[in-house]
Design a protein around this ligand. Structure first.
Ligand SMILES: Cc1cc2nc3c(=O)[nH]c(=O)nc-3n(C[C@H](O)[C@H](O)[C@H](O)COP(=O)(O)O)c2cc1C
Ligand code: SF4
Ligand code: SF4
Length: 285
């Protein structure tokens, strides 16, 4: 069984493609995570956990969910990470979780996808040809992963150096506390009160009040689900996001079929950002 969490669709794409090619069920964990539903999940076939990478790790709420949810039946677990190019220590943490569950860690696959983090000036939007290239390259990487899982083989995980662990383990919680506040989220007059942002928030941070979203608490996962999926583009993060194009995988699904780059609307919007910064391929977002 393929279990996944996604905020902007990259991981859903990988999960659903694995599901189709393996002929196995894919289960979106969002509702279970929102409800705190830790009832056992059973699969006679190997588990494949598909997850985005957040600040060099798998999302902490997902790690927590996996730790507390019995996975029964087959004892083998594979992981598939989607990231903007750097999966950090996700594989090491995944192996630790699996071992504590008394299950067998079968390795992980890394997929470099378009980066979806827009709440920082350090990361500008990718240009459309690069988004298309990443999607096509990742699609091409799925078949060998399917072959390995089908044959019961291990996935070859990238080597994680000791210095990556030493930097990331303390860096992640500091980043969450300092950078992942909710105070800068705001809703504009474009809001149509549909409630989608609240429904999609994995941590139930958003409450609808008088038909408009209100962010509660001090920090959240900064998963970008609310801001990227709002149908009216009515959510902003401080003064950072008004000039940033929104990203959702489905907007670029055409890239799987068409080899021709489309008009670069994404880059045009990004270029309007005064002094917009350069996009690099790695980093923690
Ligand atoms: C809070 C946050 C942190 C992120 N950290 C990283 C990171 O450390 N390394 C990286 O390469 N990409 C990082 N990204 C980019 C996502 O991992 C990437 O875009 C992923 O494919 C999104 O998956 P989704 O569309 O399924 O939500 C981060 C994104 C978010 C929202
Ligand atoms: S998703 Fe957008 S339009 Fe819908 S309630 Fe939230 S902010 Fe308003
Ligand atoms: S408030 Fe938005 S960014 Fe924060 S966890 Fe919820 S959906 Fe994700």
């Amino acid at each position: 069984m393929i279990l996944y969490f996604t905020a902007t669709g990259n991981t859903r794409f990988v999960a659903e493609t694995l599901s189709a090619q393996l002929g196995d069920e894919a289960l979106n964990l969002l509702d279970r995570i929102k409800r705190g539903d830790h009832s056992p999940i059973r699969s006679d076939r190997p588990f494949v956990i598909c997850t985005p990478v957040y600040v060099c790790e798998m999302p902490r709420f997902l790690a927590e969910y996996l730790r507390n949810t019995p996975l029964t039946g087959n004892r083998n677990i594979y992981f598939a990470f989607t990231s903007g190019g750097y999966s950090g220590i996700s594989g090491v943490l995944a192996r630790g979780i699996v071992q504590r569950k008394g299950m067998r860690y079968m390795g992980c696959a890394d997929f470099t996808m378009p980066r979806n983090y827009i709440a920082s000036n350090a990361y500008s939007a990718l240009e459309t040809p690069e988004i298309e290239r990443r999607i096509r390259d990742s699609a091409a990487k799925i078949a060998p992963v399917v072959d390995a899982i089908r044959s019961g083989g291990r996935l070859r995980s990238r080597h994680v150096w000791l210095f990556e662990l030493l930097i990331t383990l303390p860096f992640n919680p500091v980043w969450v506390r300092v950078k992942q506040g909710v105070a800068d989220f705001r809703v504009t007059e474009k809001c149509v009160g549909c409630g989608k942002c609240a429904r999609l928030c994995p941590l139930n941070v958003i409450r609808m009040e008088d038909g408009r979203p209100v962010w509660q608490g001090r920090t959240c996962a900064h998963c970008m689900s609310c801001i990227q999926n709002c149908p009216a583009e009515a959510i902003e993060y401080g003064q950072i996001t008004p000039v940033k194009a929104r990203y959702r995988f489905d907007r670029y699904r055409y890239a799987l079929k068409s080899p021709q780059p489309q008009a670069d609307t994404n880059a045009r919007k990004t270029a309007r950002a005064a002094g917009s910064d350069r996009q690099e391929n790695s980093g923690c977002h």
